[in-house]
Design a protein around this ligand. Sequence first.
Ligand SMILES: Cc1cc2nc3c(=O)[nH]c(=O)nc-3n(C[C@H](O)[C@H](O)[C@H](O)COP(=O)(O)O)c2cc1C
Length: 335
Amino acid sequence: MISKSFKTDELANYRLSIAPMMDCTDRHFRVLMRQITKKSLLYTEMIVAQALHFSKNRNKLLDFDEIEHPISIQLGGDNPNLLAEAAQMAQDWGYDEINLNIGCPSTKVKSGNFGACLMAKPKIVASCIEKMKKSCNIPITVKHRLGIDNLDSDDYLMQFVDNCSLAGADRFIIHARKAWLNGLNPKENRTIPPLQYERVENLKNNRPELIIELNGGINTINDCMKNLKVFDGVMVGRAAYSRPFVWRKIDSMIYGEQEKNLSRSKIIKKVIPFAQKHIEKDGRLWQVSKHIINLIENIPNAKILRQELSEKCQNQKADVAILKKIAQQLEDAGH
Ligand SMILES: Cc1cc2nc3c(=O)[nH]c(=O)nc-3n(C[C@H](O)[C@H](O)[C@H](O)COP(=O)(O)O)c2cc1C
């Protein structure tokens, strides 16, 4: 049933990925996360195929730094032709994979007929995947929920996945809870419907040949290791964004790399040249620093340092001197 264009072990290389998150996983966060893990797959925020089609500034939407590899671009849309065009652009831009968003339950996305509501339209999804596959040579993966509203049985989920697989989907990332499209907002849809890992496990047992990645509520590297005994991969979202330093042992514990002595100060120092480049292109320091703030936690004086970083970096004219100073303070304190 699995598409033959990619070897299973090639696609299962990404044992851990950092989830696509709007307003969070921009290129600055990805550069920061890349200092913490060289091996994990990083995702962009969702980019809507239609927006890409009409955009006069595609570079802004698509550009990324070489160090962000391996990187998957997440696309949203329901128009097979626009998605195929976007897939081709993504390949030309150098992305390693393309992910189709069938999991977002927001009202705006629903009114555009894409995201999670497409779980009710498997034929459209299949046609999107087929066209995307034809337009590029990189893997097409699908991120979806266990179900939506009353379309939430194990049989329906299996049919949905089979359908995508026959159309050529190379990997499935399943947020292990359903979404209610009426009545719950996106945030509530990430907390109120219960996590049901056992249903994803059941799917994996019934479709061992498919590459199935678990997402939702994974908070520690130990959680990852436990779930990797069952699933081909794990995806971590909020826990990685809010506490990036907790994940510094991903490469050694999950990918068997030699452990590096990473510290918060070393990570910030590595991000500084990217922040400098961003400022030189008329960017603001705060766009980079708002992610760095989350590194500074679980140490004495964290609150004071975060406050200083936040206040000084939000100044429109702020330059990297403040980052250098904070990194030095952290280093002096042994962090
Ligand atoms: C702020 C925020 C934005 C998100 N944006 C997206 C998105 O653009 N595309 C997507 O597929 N999922 C998005 N998600 C969902 C996450 O990718 C992930 O599926 C969800 O948070 C569950 O994983 P977690 O428990 O590890 O956070 C978002 C989540 C958050 C918290």
